[in-house]
Design a protein around this ligand. Sequence first.
Ligand code: PNW
Length: 481
Amino acid sequence: MGSSSQLPSDFLWGFATASYQIEGAVEADGRGPSIWDTFCKIPGKIAGGASGDVACDSYNRTHEDIELLKKCNAQAYRFSISWSRVIPLGGRNDPVNEKGLQHYVKFVDDLLEAGIVPLVTLYHWDLPDELDKRYGGLLNKEEFVADFSNYSRIIFNALGSKVKYWITFNEPWCSSVLGYNVGQFAPGRTSDRKRNPVGDGSTEPWIVGHNLLVAHGAAVKIYREEFKARDGGEIGITLNGDWAEPWDPENPADVEACDRKIEFAISWFADPIYHGKYPDSMVKQLGDRLPKWTAEDIALVRGSNDFYGMNHYCANYIKAKTGEPEATDIAGNLELLLQNKAGEWVGPETQSPWLRPSAIGFRKLLKWLSDRYDYPKIYVTENGTSLKNENDLPLEQLLKDEFRTQYFRDYIGAMADAYTLDGVNVRAYMAWSLMDNFEWAEGYETRFGVTFVDYENNQKRLPKESARTIGEIFDQYIEKA
Ligand code: PNW
């Protein structure tokens, strides 16, 4: 497997990060707070009481980060823009902060000068806090769509001539489910009263997911009507989703539940975009709790992807539940397990409780998506792994991250197989992540970087083994032009 597979000569690869996870400098140059600044201040929400206050200090170290990218021979870099740096209060009638905006203009110029292709995410979870307070943020369709449209237009205007790849939203599933059902991510709303006095996990995630789709569609319309002819770029949304294998392959209910699990995680967003409706399995389970598409909204959403942005990490075993689904169920009335009926683990343990690698699952999901959405152009916008106890290893060992290197070998090989053997139209790959960073609720205890960041020592960056190897892996697979 893998040895004879290839990737096309124009395949684009590089690394990904996100603003709140790396930038720090939360008060620099007039930045306003985001919902993550606020969430991090609530005791007990983040491991070790951490926050993105300093993180990797990337706001002040753009040159170091570009040097890192060059050292890895990266062709591309996916990063996100902090909305509240550009519009500190966030809204369409609020002032634009020219300093914040110019930071990104300069950064993009510097990347281009270094020969690195920028992929820009407009929204990687850091909503301006004021919008959450003012009108309930993502819960308020009219206001949120209008404000996101305004913000997007400002960014397209400032960067459109230089940036050819745009991602509207990163992982709307995480914003909706982790932010409004589980309550583990900002703004932390949930039905679980031990976690939060407010929130309704049976309705809010579906409203938020719907609003994110409409906001995505609205931004795409703006890009296509006002910028695309001039700038010639592409725009899409990035969806997360892992592969599903039946807990008991002999049990048809488990086999069926696998498709349902992917539908609840991915097709929730991808079906409206590619098919103009929500999946039947979701309509059936959620009934009126799933918002209805108006003709106007679905016209914005349908056909709104120039490419499919895919974040992918791992696989799960799926066991169908019997009986009626709970009101707060978001998964499709099934259990996500790491072991199957025979007691086999889906993959080796990592530091992230939800992540056990299974490279073959990557190939299978690429094919599943291609079948369902008629072979769209796919850009893998994130893929990577943490390492069990990496944070506790002595530096010397930590820099030899063979486990992560092998993960990239296996996953990139599986992707090349999907391209070569399954006809999957995958054209780009961004490894998560360029460097260790603020891993949301897990704080700094979990590391995903190909570069070690020494938080104790002035955020010094030291490339790990995987940083060196990933370029060699791509070199092996990418056809010479
Ligand atoms: C993605 N889950 O998040 C994000 O896009 C990144 O910002 C993040 O650092 C990376 O994956 C690694 O976690 C996810 O619980 C977070 O299933 C959690 C889950 C999935 C994706």
